[in-house]
Design a protein around this ligand. Structure first.
Ligand SMILES: CC(C)(COP(=O)(O)OP(=O)(O)OC[C@H]1O[C@@H](n2cnc3c(N)ncnc32)[C@H](O)[C@@H]1OP(=O)(O)O)[C@@H](O)C(=O)NCCC(=O)NCCS
Length: 153
Protein backbone atom coordinates (compact mmCIF):
# COMPACT_ATOMS: atom_id res chain seq x y z
CA UNK A 1 0.00 0.00 0.00
CA UNK A 2 2.02 2.94 -1.29
CA UNK A 3 -0.72 5.56 -1.28
CA UNK A 4 -1.74 7.51 1.78
CA UNK A 5 -5.07 6.61 3.36
CA UNK A 6 -7.53 9.51 3.62
CA UNK A 7 -10.60 9.29 5.85
CA UNK A 8 -13.50 11.73 5.50
CA UNK A 9 -17.29 11.96 5.51
CA UNK A 10 -19.20 10.35 2.65
CA UNK A 11 -20.03 12.79 -0.17
CA UNK A 12 -23.22 12.82 -2.20
CA UNK A 13 -23.00 10.33 -5.06
CA UNK A 14 -20.60 7.96 -3.27
CA UNK A 15 -23.31 5.68 -1.84
CA UNK A 16 -22.99 3.15 -4.67
CA UNK A 17 -19.22 2.75 -4.15
CA UNK A 18 -19.81 2.18 -0.42
CA UNK A 19 -22.63 -0.26 -1.14
CA UNK A 20 -20.30 -2.26 -3.43
CA UNK A 21 -17.64 -2.56 -0.70
CA UNK A 22 -20.26 -3.71 1.83
CA UNK A 23 -21.85 -6.22 -0.55
CA UNK A 24 -18.49 -7.68 -1.57
CA UNK A 25 -17.57 -8.25 2.09
CA UNK A 26 -20.95 -9.83 2.79
CA UNK A 27 -20.66 -12.15 -0.20
CA UNK A 28 -17.01 -13.14 0.20
CA UNK A 29 -16.56 -13.06 3.99
CA UNK A 30 -19.64 -12.72 6.18
CA UNK A 31 -21.71 -15.21 4.15
CA UNK A 32 -19.61 -18.02 5.70
CA UNK A 33 -21.44 -17.45 9.01
CA UNK A 34 -24.92 -16.81 7.58
CA UNK A 35 -27.81 -18.52 5.82
CA UNK A 36 -28.63 -17.55 2.22
CA UNK A 37 -31.69 -15.66 3.45
CA UNK A 38 -29.61 -13.68 5.97
CA UNK A 39 -27.05 -12.86 3.25
CA UNK A 40 -29.84 -11.53 1.02
CA UNK A 41 -31.29 -9.46 3.89
CA UNK A 42 -27.93 -7.89 4.78
CA UNK A 43 -26.99 -7.28 1.15
CA UNK A 44 -30.31 -5.48 0.57
CA UNK A 45 -29.84 -3.52 3.79
CA UNK A 46 -26.62 -2.07 2.37
CA UNK A 47 -28.09 -0.99 -0.96
CA UNK A 48 -27.05 2.47 -2.19
CA UNK A 49 -30.65 3.64 -1.69
CA UNK A 50 -30.75 2.50 1.95
CA UNK A 51 -27.34 4.06 2.66
CA UNK A 52 -28.60 7.37 1.20
CA UNK A 53 -31.80 7.18 3.26
CA UNK A 54 -29.91 6.40 6.48
CA UNK A 55 -27.84 9.59 6.27
CA UNK A 56 -30.23 11.60 8.46
CA UNK A 57 -29.51 9.46 11.52
CA UNK A 58 -26.17 7.89 10.54
CA UNK A 59 -22.88 9.61 9.71
CA UNK A 60 -21.06 7.55 7.12
CA UNK A 61 -17.29 7.87 6.69
CA UNK A 62 -15.13 6.56 3.89
CA UNK A 63 -11.44 5.63 3.67
CA UNK A 64 -9.78 6.29 0.33
CA UNK A 65 -6.53 5.30 -1.29
CA UNK A 66 -6.06 7.98 -3.91
CA UNK A 67 -9.54 8.42 -5.41
CA UNK A 68 -10.69 4.88 -4.61
CA UNK A 69 -13.05 4.16 -1.72
CA UNK A 70 -11.59 1.10 0.01
CA UNK A 71 -13.59 1.10 3.25
CA UNK A 72 -16.50 2.64 5.08
CA UNK A 73 -17.73 2.88 8.64
CA UNK A 74 -20.51 4.76 10.38
CA UNK A 75 -21.50 6.43 13.61
CA UNK A 76 -25.01 6.37 14.98
CA UNK A 77 -25.97 7.70 18.41
CA UNK A 78 -22.55 7.05 19.93
CA UNK A 79 -22.01 3.62 18.46
CA UNK A 80 -19.77 2.43 15.66
CA UNK A 81 -21.62 0.72 12.82
CA UNK A 82 -20.95 -1.18 9.64
CA UNK A 83 -17.17 -1.18 9.25
CA UNK A 84 -16.41 -2.77 5.89
CA UNK A 85 -13.02 -2.94 4.16
CA UNK A 86 -12.72 -4.02 0.51
CA UNK A 87 -11.40 -7.62 0.78
CA UNK A 88 -8.52 -6.79 -1.60
CA UNK A 89 -7.17 -4.46 1.12
CA UNK A 90 -7.63 -6.63 4.21
CA UNK A 91 -4.91 -7.00 6.85
CA UNK A 92 -3.15 -3.81 5.77
CA UNK A 93 -4.24 -1.66 8.71
CA UNK A 94 -7.14 0.08 6.92
CA UNK A 95 -9.86 -1.18 9.31
CA UNK A 96 -7.83 -0.25 12.40
CA UNK A 97 -7.17 3.29 11.10
CA UNK A 98 -10.85 3.76 10.28
CA UNK A 99 -12.08 2.55 13.70
CA UNK A 100 -9.51 4.75 15.52
CA UNK A 101 -10.68 7.72 13.44
CA UNK A 102 -14.31 7.02 14.40
CA UNK A 103 -13.30 6.67 18.07
CA UNK A 104 -11.57 10.06 17.82
CA UNK A 105 -14.79 11.69 16.61
CA UNK A 106 -16.81 10.08 19.40
CA UNK A 107 -14.29 11.36 21.99
CA UNK A 108 -14.56 14.89 20.59
CA UNK A 109 -18.34 14.58 20.85
CA UNK A 110 -17.89 13.78 24.56
CA UNK A 111 -18.59 10.05 24.56
CA UNK A 112 -16.80 8.07 27.29
CA UNK A 113 -17.51 4.69 25.76
CA UNK A 114 -18.82 3.09 22.61
CA UNK A 115 -19.96 -0.24 21.26
CA UNK A 116 -20.34 -2.05 17.99
CA UNK A 117 -22.60 -4.92 16.98
CA UNK A 118 -19.86 -7.00 15.42
CA UNK A 119 -20.09 -9.78 12.91
CA UNK A 120 -18.66 -13.11 14.14
CA UNK A 121 -15.82 -12.62 11.64
CA UNK A 122 -14.69 -9.28 13.14
CA UNK A 123 -14.62 -10.17 16.87
CA UNK A 124 -10.84 -10.74 17.02
CA UNK A 125 -10.26 -7.55 15.02
CA UNK A 126 -12.21 -5.50 17.59
CA UNK A 127 -10.43 -7.27 20.48
CA UNK A 128 -7.11 -6.15 18.98
CA UNK A 129 -8.44 -2.58 19.07
CA UNK A 130 -9.27 -2.82 22.79
CA UNK A 131 -12.94 -3.79 22.63
CA UNK A 132 -14.29 -6.52 24.92
CA UNK A 133 -17.02 -9.00 24.21
CA UNK A 134 -20.17 -8.00 26.14
CA UNK A 135 -23.05 -10.02 24.72
CA UNK A 136 -24.00 -12.45 21.97
CA UNK A 137 -27.28 -11.96 20.13
CA UNK A 138 -28.83 -14.35 17.65
CA UNK A 139 -30.66 -12.24 15.10
CA UNK A 140 -33.05 -14.04 12.75
CA UNK A 141 -32.27 -11.39 10.11
CA UNK A 142 -28.46 -11.47 10.14
CA UNK A 143 -27.35 -14.40 12.34
CA UNK A 144 -24.88 -14.13 15.22
CA UNK A 145 -24.01 -10.65 16.41
CA UNK A 146 -21.42 -10.02 19.13
CA UNK A 147 -21.77 -6.76 21.04
CA UNK A 148 -18.25 -5.39 21.60
CA UNK A 149 -17.71 -2.51 24.06
CA UNK A 150 -14.85 -0.10 24.63
CA UNK A 151 -14.08 2.71 27.10
CA UNK A 152 -12.82 5.77 25.25
CA UNK A 153 -11.34 7.74 28.18
C1 LIG B 1 -13.02 -6.87 10.12
C2 LIG B 1 -12.39 -5.97 9.06
C3 LIG B 1 -13.07 -4.61 9.10
C4 LIG B 1 -10.89 -5.81 9.40
O1 LIG B 1 -10.31 -4.90 8.47
P1 LIG B 1 -8.75 -4.93 8.11
O2 LIG B 1 -8.42 -3.70 7.38
O3 LIG B 1 -8.41 -6.22 7.45
O4 LIG B 1 -8.09 -4.92 9.56
P2 LIG B 1 -6.61 -4.40 9.97
O5 LIG B 1 -5.66 -4.77 8.89
O6 LIG B 1 -6.67 -2.96 10.34
O7 LIG B 1 -6.33 -5.29 11.25
C5 LIG B 1 -6.00 -4.79 12.56
C6 LIG B 1 -5.55 -5.99 13.39
O8 LIG B 1 -6.63 -6.94 13.49
C7 LIG B 1 -6.24 -8.20 12.93
N1 LIG B 1 -7.40 -8.74 12.19
C8 LIG B 1 -8.06 -8.15 11.17
N2 LIG B 1 -9.09 -8.93 10.78
C9 LIG B 1 -9.05 -10.03 11.56
C10 LIG B 1 -9.84 -11.20 11.63
N3 LIG B 1 -10.89 -11.39 10.82
N4 LIG B 1 -9.52 -12.15 12.58
C11 LIG B 1 -8.45 -11.97 13.41
N5 LIG B 1 -7.67 -10.86 13.39
C12 LIG B 1 -7.96 -9.91 12.47
C13 LIG B 1 -5.09 -7.88 11.99
O9 LIG B 1 -4.26 -8.99 11.78
C14 LIG B 1 -4.39 -6.76 12.74
O10 LIG B 1 -3.62 -7.31 13.79
P3 LIG B 1 -2.15 -6.72 14.17
O11 LIG B 1 -2.41 -5.34 14.70
O12 LIG B 1 -1.66 -7.67 15.20
O13 LIG B 1 -1.37 -6.72 12.91
C15 LIG B 1 -12.48 -6.60 7.65
O14 LIG B 1 -12.02 -7.93 7.72
C16 LIG B 1 -13.88 -6.63 7.06
O15 LIG B 1 -14.29 -5.69 6.38
N6 LIG B 1 -14.62 -7.74 7.29
C17 LIG B 1 -15.93 -7.97 6.67
C18 LIG B 1 -16.97 -7.03 7.20
C19 LIG B 1 -17.18 -7.16 8.69
O16 LIG B 1 -17.42 -8.24 9.22
N7 LIG B 1 -17.15 -5.99 9.36
C20 LIG B 1 -17.47 -5.84 10.73
C21 LIG B 1 -18.91 -5.44 10.82
S1 LIG B 1 -19.24 -4.54 12.31
Amino acid sequence: MNQKLTIRKLREGEELAVSRVCKRCIKEINSKDMTKKQVRYLSDYFSAKNIRESLGETRVYVALLGEKIVASGSLCEGRIKAVFVNPSYHKKGVGAKLVRYLEGILKKMGHNSTFVRSSKHAVEFYKKLGFREAEKINSPDVGEIVVMKKKLK
